[in-house]
Design a protein around this ligand. Structure first.
Ligand SMILES: Nc1ncnc2c1ncn2[C@@H]1O[C@H](COP(=O)(O)OP(=O)(O)OP(=O)(O)O)[C@@H](O)[C@H]1O
Ligand SMILES: [Mg+2]
Length: 539
């Protein structure tokens, strides 16, 4: 039965009564839920302490309540800010107090009389040991603080960069070593070499297949060098017609031509003065210009077209090529003297297939970049998609990986992308598919996470690979064209059935009867591929 409204407790009708009630309720609430409370009078003398606070007294070096009450607050609570509250009348709603008793989250509230004069203050210990009780809050705060610091730093870099760009006509490095994604041994080594090269002023020669990140590294080397505040000027030799290259490199003197170019034009050497000149696709340099380039590099001087004046320059050269430069030298298509002039600090940039362990991280970064550019959510690759990507040989390296992801994002209706979608795209671009790598972890990767997996899993994987290799060798044998493997005793390449069991369990749903029977290993590519952890190869 519900209580009648007349019997229900009612709030006082006057405002003062309500406030008094609220104050009393809050006082009681704080007194019961806080860790402890005490009151000081106008002079700062402790006049009251609640039950909860008493447990802090021993840590404050006090043997009894009598040693606490009646003393000046700063005598008994080191580092307290209570005096300030009494003097200013301003509450401190939340503060951290650290003293010999520990660290506490505290509140200090002035007490006022009817004339609003401060007549004392109340001290509340909200939490003791905030490092544990407030851990989630503190961690969240630390994370936010870190994000804020990162954002501030990034903003400062961007502001600095745009100021420099305005001053340098946009000739700045776009990438730093942080842009070079990869923690595999090969990636770490190439970054180490490039960082060392950045410390020197000698020419750098970046050698590597197309799309491996040579241009990115050239930017990064400049950005980490003592010339970072100078211009970074890039010339793609393959993209400029031979007839224009000379003017592009060395510039044109005023009056050398009629018409639009009458006033003359600075060449790239001049534009890069005080900075870095990136000679991209140096292997495509036409022979007649190779001699001129060599002279310029040796003398540190150029002669603009139509001028008989030598102009000196101060440029650090970074060159790159995806051609086999030594082979071009052997064939007489690249000058040997120029080769040695450039080959002072050669850096081999490894192809993606030599650092497959970096593929998951690259996919994440490239996906985020694509999302940022397209204003969409980053793609989410399902494990089978990642396993497929890790297995491919990537002739176009990171550029090819990026293109594939871009196509996948464009063609997928959902954020999630699976292996079948990617396999289709790869086939459409004429790629010969390699079967997916289980767990998305490439064989031989040095990825620490990979090595930290349970030993049993690693051993099983090793077994499976050994068996797959044995099978691959086995099926190519003429006697293996039939259904059953030959039961020749002592054939080391034939996987003994009992050892196959744990591997089978890892690879496919349990088939106890087959495992028990110890079915002979089946010949033929489909069987081999299945045991290798993949689909039948589409070769
Ligand atoms: N380690 C890396 N981390 C992130 N992105 C990379 C990395 N390496 C290359 N890329 C990206 O891959 C693409 C190709 O890189 P880049 O142009 O530097 O290759 P390249 O070796 O100069 O190729 P090419 O010989 O065809 O000119 C670029 O979009 C680049 O940003
Ligand atoms: Mg390039």
């Amino acid at each position: 039965m519900s209580q009648s409204t007349e019997d229900a407790p009612v709030l006082p009708l006057d405002a003062d009564g309500i406030l008094a009630l609220a104050a009393r309720s809050m006082f009681q609430l704080f007194s019961s839920v806080s860790q402890g409370m005490f009151l000081v009078d106008r002079a700062g003398r402790i006049v009251w302490v609640n039950e909860g606070y008493r447990r802090f007294l021993p840590d404050l070096g006090l043997g009894s309540v009598e040693q606490f009450v009646g003393r000046m607050v700063e005598e008994v609570i080191p580092n307290t800010q209570m005096r300030r509250v009494l003097e200013t009348g301003q509450p401190v709603l939340i503060d951290l107090l650290t003293n010999r008793a520990g660290t506490f989250v505290v509140s200090r509230i002035p007490l006022r009389d009817e004339a609003q004069q401060v007549i004392g203050a109340i001290g509340i210990v909200l939490f003791d040991h905030p490092e544990t009780t407030l851990q989630p809050l503190i961690s969240k705060f630390a994370l936010l603080q870190r994000d804020l610091d990162d954002a501030r730093r990034e903003l400062a870099v961007q502001r600095g960069r745009s100021r420099l760009e305005q001053a340098g006509g946009g000739r700045r490095a776009k990438y730093t070593f942080a842009s070079f994604v990869g923690s595999s041994a090969a990636a770490v080594e190439v970054k180490r070499q490039a960082r060392r090269a950045a410390q020197s002023l000698s020419p750098v020669l970046l050698l590597g297949e197309t799309g491996t990140g040579k241009e990115l590294l050239a930017h990064a080397i400049h950005a980490a060098s003592s010339r970072a505040s100078g211009p970074f000027v890039s010339v793609n030799i393959a993209a400029i017609p031979d007839t224009l290259l000379e003017a592009e490199f060395f510039g044109v003197a005023p009056g050398a031509y009629t018409g639009a170019d009458r006033r003359g034009r600075d060449g790239k050497f001049k534009l890069a003065d005080g900075g870095t000149l990136f000679l991209d696709e140096i292997g495509d340099m036409p022979p007649h210009l190779q001699a001129k380039l060599l002279r310029a590099l040796q003398e540190g001087e150029i002669e603009p077209l139509g001028s008989n004046q030598l102009v000196s320059f101060d440029v650090r050269v970074v060159a790159a090529t995806s051609h086999d430069l030594p082979a071009l030298v052997r064939d007489g298509r690249f000058r040997e003297d120029l080769f040695y002039r450039l080959h002072v600090l050669p850096i081999r940039v490894p192809p993606l297939r030599e650092r497959r362990g970096d593929i998951p991280a690259l996919v994440e970064v490239l996906g985020e970049d694509l999302a940022l550019r397209n204003g969409t959510a980053p793609p989410e690759l399902l494990p089978d998609a990642l396993a497929l990507l890790v297995a491919q040989s990537w002739r176009g390296n990171i550029r090819e990986l990026r293109n594939l992801l871009e196509q996948a994002v464009m063609r997928s209706d959902t954020q999630a992308i699976d292996g079948a979608q990617l396999a289709q795209l790869l086939r459409e671009s004429g790629v010969e598919l390699a079967p997916p790598v289980p767990d998305g972890v490439p064989p031989g990767t040095d990825d620490a996470a990979h090595l930290l997996r349970p030993l049993a899993v690693q051993v099983a994987e090793l077994e499976r690979r050994a068996i797959a290799a044995a099978l691959a060798a086995h099926v190519s044998r003429p006697e293996c064209a039939g259904e059953r493997a030959p039961g020749r005793a002592g054939d080391a390449r034939r996987a003994p059935p009992p050892r196959l069991q744990p591997v089978e369990r890892l690879e496919r749903p349990p088939a106890p009867d087959r495992a028990r029977r110890g079915d002979p290993v089946r010949c033929g590519p489909a069987g081999a591929a299945r045991r290798a952890g993949g689909q039948p190869a589409a070769r």
